[in-house]
Ligand binder design. Sequence first.
Ligand SMILES: Nc1ncnc2c1ncn2[C@@H]1O[C@H](COP(=O)(O)OP(=O)(O)OP(=O)(O)O)[C@@H](O)[C@H]1O
Ligand SMILES: O=P(O)(O)OC[C@H]1O[C@H](OP(=O)(O)OP(=O)(O)O)[C@H](O)[C@@H]1O
Ligand SMILES: [Mg+2]
Length: 418
Amino acid sequence: MAVAPPMTMQGGATGLQQQQQAVLPRSSYLGLQLASQPCVKVGCGRRSSAGLRCQVSPSSTTLPHFNVDISGAGKPIRSVERSTIRLALPSKGRMAEDTLGLMKDCQLSVRKLNPRQYIADISELKNVEVWFQRASDVVRKLKTGDVDMGIVGYDMLREYGEDDEDLIIIHDALGFGQCHLAIGIPTYGIFENINSLSELAAMPLWTEDRPLRVVTGYTYLGTKFLEEHGFKHVQLSTADGALEAAPAMGTADAILDLVSSGTTLRENNLKEISGGAVLSSQGVFVANKKALLERKEMLDVAHEMLERFEAHLTAQGQFTVVANMRGDSAEEVADRILNDTSYPGLQGPTVSPVYTNKDGKTEVDYYAIIICVPKPQLYQAVRQLRKAGGSGVLVSPLTYIFDEETPRYRQLLAALEA
Ligand SMILES: Nc1ncnc2c1ncn2[C@@H]1O[C@H](COP(=O)(O)OP(=O)(O)OP(=O)(O)O)[C@@H](O)[C@H]1O
Ligand SMILES: O=P(O)(O)OC[C@H]1O[C@H](OP(=O)(O)OP(=O)(O)O)[C@H](O)[C@@H]1O
Ligand SMILES: [Mg+2]
């Protein structure tokens, strides 16, 4: 298939020498081929249709402050030296809204003067500049080191990141943008009885002259996936949206697109097939590894953001339950909670004496207990507490849970050392 490998050059060439013309092979592996133009993007320096000439950009992995613009006149552009830390956030669509929602929930207020402004700041993180970018550009700029950290869908990270080892995921489950990338085929006609990927691959119809035509926005992942699953004759084409219309229009046999509720597939008479899911996705917090390694203040900011995200996400759906319980001692009350209920709290119940004044004497008849309970078990927990002697039960949602140190931070440090 004529999807070129990432067009980056390693090595020590400098200046304009680095701008080379490369002829991409017509068919580099398998019989897969990209559909004719304009279905492939050349200007982005990422892939090309068969045999096209395009310029090669040196990777700023090797030269962090020297980029070559391959989209315009090809003049070298010198990136500015900077002391600020750059965070790229999605500029539009559902990911933009959800990302800003998460930041707000974590008390990180992104201040943008008007909706068309692409730069903003965060009052709680003094040295951080926020840049709003299209999701694909968030990933591209992370790769080149033009931004240091970003939030983006895992699907985009994998598609545009192309397994770049310089991209490091700090938080892999930000709790929004949940979907999966999957093959969809028609429910009717020749596909009526096709229910698995292997059945699709084995259809005798697909030949060099009549390949399986798949429309997708994910040509990098799609190529890899189909190749790994034994497809011999496939033609990929791209479109920017409403891909589900293509089979009914007759412009593609199958689609490879995101699925969330499944409604769009269903409403367009398409179905998923077993083995046809490429990856699961949701929002992730990602950074440029070199920036983390080279700038201590960058690691500190990443750590703070990670802690805030974790504290908020761990607390989501959790409730604090406070109840008063009659008892002889704090230990005796704690025993009852631990033995008679299924809700010990995070480490164990917190039990504190409730002091009352009886005839001028301070006494302890009751103990207040505090436990933490997930929402689905809330009512059952309250019932068990009452049964164990609890009264005056107060319930309130938890906002943050800060643990000693988040395992994700330990994983990040380990990944940086590797
Ligand atoms: N149906 C969906 N449900 C959940 N997350 C989705 C869905 N579609 C896309 N996403 C996530 O949102 C990201 C952005 O999707 P996309 O580029 O289609 O933008 P959008 O928010 O749908 O806006 P638009 O399609 O109008 O440009 C995707 O990379 C993916 O991570
Ligand atoms: O399974 P569902 O819940 O129906 O979601 C899946 C749809 O959502 C996305 O499209 P989007 O709404 O972003 O429209 P687009 O094609 O214009 O990007 C995606 O490309 C699918 O078409
Ligand atoms: Mg969309």
